[in-house]
Design a protein around this ligand. Sequence first.
Ligand SMILES: *Cc1c(COP(=O)(O)O)cnc(C)c1O
Length: 403
Amino acid sequence: MSFDLSSRLAERQAAHLYRRRPLLDAPQDVRVRVDGENFLAFCNNDYLGLANHPEVVEAFAQGARRWGVGGGASHLVVGHSTPHHELEEALAEFTGRPRALLLSSGYMANLGTVTALVGQGDTVLEDRLNHASLLDAGLLSGARFSRYLHNDPVSLAARLGKAVGNTLVVTDGVFSMDGDLANLPELCAQARTRGAWVMVDDAHGFGCLGEQGGGIVEHFGLGLDDVPVLVGTLGKAFGTAGAFVAGSEELIETLIQFARPYIYTTSQPPAVACATLKSLQLLRDEQWRRHHLQRLIERFRAGAAELGLRLMDSPTPIQPILIGSSARALALSAALRQRGLLVTAIRPPTVPKGTARLRVTLSAAHSESDVEQLLEAFKSALADIPEDFGAAKKQSKHELSDE
Ligand SMILES: *Cc1c(COP(=O)(O)O)cnc(C)c1O
């Protein structure tokens, strides 16, 4: 017997890093039933409140009646149906790019795109805080892989100087655990002077940033020449599922030919594409969702600063509160839970050691009074869990439950 899984699991538990899955017994919303209790939640990525929107649900139901359920085959065989195609055309138009390609998840979009564009003899440079799917993609590609300091054009420039072959610079648009924006104008300028391409994964920017919800490239006014490879995911602000890559005609054709996570998988159910077409329309037409969300972000930040919470440099609905120790982050999350609020503690290895945090996410489905309730709960939870909580608890780890 060689697989000692039980001690691996026990070690993880002892380090306060054990993960459990909360069981959601309700549609995705800010008011949810989880593990048999009702909560006001600040942890989903449904930033515009579209995941359970009646019109999106109806588009999905109608789509299923018209197109059935299963995609039935991969896109290259006979799984590429009219709703998929219409959605690609709508996404190309929305992003102002010549073409877009629909994939079944953001993870696959990232894996497929990076591995199709670079390989042995090439270079991929990534922000060290990039999403796991981008880091995995870089490793899998077989290209020389190096991570530059977070959002640092100087650190990027040093690596660009040593790059060989085709060079792809890869960054999150909005960093998923910090909420801050990639410094794209400077990063793109560095890449261009070296003839490198920039790939931006704007999973958390689409729908939230930019006048029309066009994400970080709209926010900074960057075109195809600055960002030749633009990735968006549909499971966040769009409230549905899947992902897309937008770019030139040649880029999209290259992905259709060579992106293995695109080729060797069944197409997403066409009804999901029908739902996304509706959510794209709502995202564009109902600007109030984005404006309301912005007001909630400002209110939360002002209130959290008053309480002395350590905010991060984030203008987005991702508003992490930096705690430091995993034990204290878990204890605060548990204290909020006792008060009827769901806020996730994010721990290593998802974030660097010593930077455990409570990741608050806001949604247009929250009201101002929901945010007030969260701030009140923080105030009383902080009074229960002192600053030195993690240190004091080290000898008695068994008292702590993991969530
Ligand atoms: C969520 C996320 C993904 C993965 O997208 P899925 O569609 O959920 O697989 C990729 N990149 C970033 C930055 C994300 O936040």
